[in-house]
Design a binder for this molecule. Structure first.
Ligand SMILES: O=C(O)[C@H](O)[C@@H](O)[C@H](O)[C@H](O)COP(=O)(O)O
Length: 251
């Protein structure tokens, strides 16, 4: 992988603008090349940081009909539950842009975490088989155009946490956790091999809660210790960090 691009901004507002411009360009590039743009969303504060995309001039400059939306991790709750990442994304972003409903891929309800993970993985494999999604020629995993990844204060990404075995998964595309240290406990999550097969990953990290983990991941001692989950994000394509001043305050 090429070294990551690290973009630091004075404020979260500036991160939101820069992220909108970055996504706008990628959307145009991938749609011109393939006729579609596959985007994977995290939960958390990322959804609010996408708000500029729902406003002029960005909202009118994107061919939303070509977007495909997936979820990097999801809480195993009904889709209208306050803990649902789908609900968070729908209320804060998806309901404000004209992406066709059939292009949005939430988890299936009323399944156990294990069943929900297996079902999502099967659906992704089906979308690869019918050429809706691309495949990485090197890994054989699905190759998403863009993953928008947030980071927790202790360095987790997706629902891949420190001291939990899911972060070591090598074969599955999607796995599950029933004792997530961040509530709620039942979740499904993309695995690192699937995450790292992506063309583009944006690590979007704002706020002072993230400063310690940013220092570990990007500071001069980054490789002296056992890596945080965020340090395992290393895509075949490009990795771009979007950071505000608070998140970089310990660097
Ligand atoms: O289910 C979730 O909570 C998320 O998908 C999770 O992986 C999130 O991206 C990070 O925890 C960062 O969250 P914050 O941006 O809110 O700190």
């Amino acid at each position: 992988m090429a070294p990551p691009t690290i973009q630091k901004f004075e404020s979260e507002e500036q991160v939101a603008v820069a992220l909108a411009i970055y996504i706008l360009h990628l959307s145009a590039k991938f749609i011109a090349a393939n006729g579609s743009f596959s985007v994977v969303l995290s939960g958390g504060t990322l959804i609010d940081t996408l708000r500029k995309l729902t406003e002029p001039p960005y909202v009118n400059s994107i061919d939303w009909s070509k977007w495909l939306i997936f979820f990097l991790d999801e809480r195993v709750v009904p889709l209208d539950h306050p803990d649902s990442n789908y609900k968070l994304a729908y209320d804060g972003f998806l309901s404000k842009v004209p992406i066709p409903k059939s292009n949005i891929y939430p988890i299936k309800e009323k399944l156990s975490p294990e069943e929900a993970a297996a079902e999502y993985e099967q659906r992704l494999k089906h979308l690869v088989a019918n050429n809706t999604l691309k495949t990485s020629p090197t890994t054989g995993f699905a190759k998403f155009d863009l993953m928008l990844v947030g980071m927790g204060p202790e360095g987790h990404v997706a629902s891949l946490f420190c001291w939990h075995f899911q972060r070591f998964e090598k074969k599955k595309w999607v796995t599950y956790i029933t004792d997530s240290p961040k509530p709620p406990p039942n979740r499904i999550t993309f695995t690192f091999p699937l995450i790292n097969s992506a063309s583009e990953i944006a690590m979007v990290v704002t706020g002072e809660d993230a400063a310690d983990a940013v220092k570990v991941a990007l500071g001069k001692h980054a490789y002296d210790y056992y890596p945080l989950p965020v340090q395992k994000v290393s895509p075949e394509g490009s990795l771009t960090w979007f950071l505000d001043k608070e998140a970089t305050s310990e660097l």
